[in-house]
Design a protein around this ligand. Structure first.
Ligand SMILES: Cc1cc2nc3c(=O)[nH]c(=O)nc-3n(C[C@H](O)[C@H](O)[C@H](O)COP(=O)(O)O)c2cc1C
Length: 390
């Protein structure tokens, strides 16, 4: 399919999601799309974006729009990137590898999860300087030391520590589906797989996905690797990460202004305001809802990255206008690859860029700096706080 045909057939995330739902077995689609509990956080995240209005400045001439932005002293061609997704290979074989290649080409970051099904070394090789690494805290300090050393040796400059998984969220769909790795091949799962032959064949060719980053630490065949994750991150542990990681350090999963301030005081380079895409505590506020408060608390110079609930380039514009410096998306990219295979990775980036450019042209906003100073309609407060931290 040419790029034009792709854009015509899949002009937005919803169409990719539909196609993904048709191609993936139900237990796999549920793993990707679902949230925890009654999925209130999941719904709230997306609803919050829909409520933000952006009033155009019609008389600004804005044919040319510059989507580039600087974060951590590095220029990115786009103000958004790819969030870490564990068990990506269950959704489609080699997903994170396809995303890494597409991200490098587009000039936006891609985050390799601790639980990726390709090795962190392979993702770094494919993504080059666009590669970020996401770390879950390990209960075994030696493993954690080793994985951080491997990330440094592979060339990662940005380490993102996830702090919102002290315990796993209750994902009821996964519980009911009996999600496991490798999939337990009961009658229902087998039937589900037979009804989705393209997915099943692609996995038959590749073999079952595994947690590649953790495999060197497997001591015996029954060693359940995710059990090596500690989950909780007390402040003292964050201090240790800061001492041990010489590159940029991000904390993912912050939702409170006082926690953001403390992170800044500890020398953390930025935070990802995230509720894990509505997959953890099901009564979390939407990330967009807490963003203005956090921005007010930390001032304009502390990098704030947002995720959870963005489904379009327009949502990226809304997030930046509300005070974010940068955005990450998870499911949207996964829908791209699930729907279309490798070309879906590049298409998802093109689609989001196109949506963002189109929105900014209509707003009369020439660049990302202008977007940060835009006034949004959801709250009285615009993202850029005059006087805060200037
Ligand atoms: C299937 C799936 C797996 C995920 N795995 C991880 C992970 O391994 N590490 C992590 O920090 N976040 C993980 N997340 C959360 C994402 O990084 C991100 O916060 C979330 O997807 C953003 O919300 P969105 O999907 O609405 O864009 C996962 C999310 C999904 C949907």
């Amino acid at each position: 399919m040419s790029d034009n045909t792709l854009m015509r057939r899949f002009p937005s995330s919803g169409y990719l999601e539909q196609q993904a739902a048709a191609r993936l077995p139900n237990f796999v689609f549920d793993y990707l799309q679902g949230g925890s509990g009654r999925q209130c956080s999941l719904g709230r995240n997306m609803a919050a974006f829909e409520q933000v209005t952006l009033t155009p400045r019609c008389f600004n001439d804005c044919q040319e729009v510059d989507l580039g932005t600087t974060l951590f002293g590095r220029h990115y061609r786009l103000p958004f990137g790819i969030a870490p997704i564990g068990l990506d290979g269950l959704i489609w074989p080699r997903t994170v590898e396809f995303l890494a290649q597409a991200a490098r080409q587009a000039g936006c970051p891609v985050t390799a999860s601790t639980f990726a099904t390709s090795s962190l070394e392979e993702v770094a090789r494919l993504a080059g300087e666009m590669a970020w690494f996401q770390l879950y805290p390990f209960s075994d300090g030696a493993i954690e030391q080793d994985i951080m050393a491997r990330a440094g040796a592979a060339g990662y400059q940005v380490l993102m520590v996830t702090v919102d998984v002290p315990v796993g969220g209750r994902r009821e769909l996964d519980m009911r589906n009996g999600l496991s790795l490798p999939p337990r091949l009961g009658g229902r799962v087998l039937l589900d797989m037979m009804r989705h032959p393209v997915w099943t064949l692609s996995h038959a060719r590749r073999g079952p996905p595994g947690f590649k980053n953790l495999q060197p630490y497997r001591r015996h065949s029954n060693d359940y690797l995710p059990a090596k994750i500690a989950g909780r991150v007390p402040w003292a542990r964050l201090v240790q990460y800061r001492q041990r990681w010489p590159g940029r350090l991000l904390v993912k999963g912050v939702l409170r202004a006082e926690d953001a301030l403390r992170c800044r005081e500890l020398g953390i380079d930025g935070i990802v305001i995230s509720n894990h895409g509505g997959r953890q505590l099901d009564s979390c506020p939407s990330t967009l809802g807490v963003l203005p408060d956090i921005r007010r608390a930390v001032g304009n110079d502390f990098p704030l990255i947002i995720d959870s609930g963005l489904r379009s380039g327009l949502d990226v514009a809304r997030a930046i206008a509300q005070g974010a410096d940068f955005a990450l998306l998870g499911r949207t990219f996964m829908y791209g690859v699930a729907a279309l295979g490798q070309v879906g990775a590049g298409h998802a980036i093109d689609m989001l860029s196109d949506e963002l450019e189109n929105a900014m042209q209509m707003m009369g906003c020439p660049d990302i700096a202008g977007l940060k100073r835009w006034h949004t309609g959801s709250t009285a407060q615009s993202g850029y706080i005059k006087g805060a931290g200037e």
